[in-house]
Design a protein around this ligand. Structure first.
Ligand code: SF4
Length: 153
């Protein structure tokens, strides 16, 4: 990986290793979510492929086949995922913002982000453990996309 590549190159100029290293492994994009009528609802319910303890996908290379609703972030698709958390490095760099100070690329490991609770490992529950009728109890965030866009402007 090139030195401090996140400051020197655009998302589209990164090589594969650099691109993958931007992901801090928070797991927030691996939570169940609905986007309906411009309203995003996020549940503390993990995708069935997410290993909640390590916050790693159990089958990253085949995830799109196994979970068709999974997301493939690329330099082109990042702008359309406007529900990504404010902390997400892809979103931040796309918006011209720096990496957060606790990011593993700056700190060297995930210790600081764990200290700050920037990981779903301490609250996410497995998808299979939540019956559909109980999903409402697991809502952790809800916002209107348009409002968020206005707030960012
Ligand atoms: S929200 Fe962003 S940083 Fe967090 S796991 Fe998903 S892609 Fe990685």
């Amino acid at each position: 990986m090139r030195e401090r590549f996140w400051e020197r190159y655009s998302l589209g100029e990164l090589n594969r290793k650099e691109w993958e290293a931007l992901c801090d492994g928070c797991g927030q994009c691996c939570l169940k979510r609905y986007v309906e009528d411009g309203v995003v609802t996020v549940y503390g319910i993990a995708c069935r492929l997410l290993d909640i303890e390590t916050v790693r996908c159990r089958d990253y290379p085949n995830r799109l086949k196994k979970v068709p609703t999974c997301h493939q972030l690329t330099p082109t698709t990042v702008p359309q995922y406007d529900w990504l958390p404010e902390t997400c490095a892809y979103r931040r760099l796309h918006q011209g913002k720096p990496l957060p100070p606790w990011h593993p690329l700056l700190v060297g490991d995930r210790s600081k982000m764990r200290e700050r609770g920037i990981t779903v490992s301490h609250y996410a529950v497995p998808k299979d453990s939540v019956p559909r009728r109980r999903m409402r109890q697991h809502v952790i965030a809800r916002w209107r996309l348009a409002e968020k866009k206005r707030a960012r402007a």
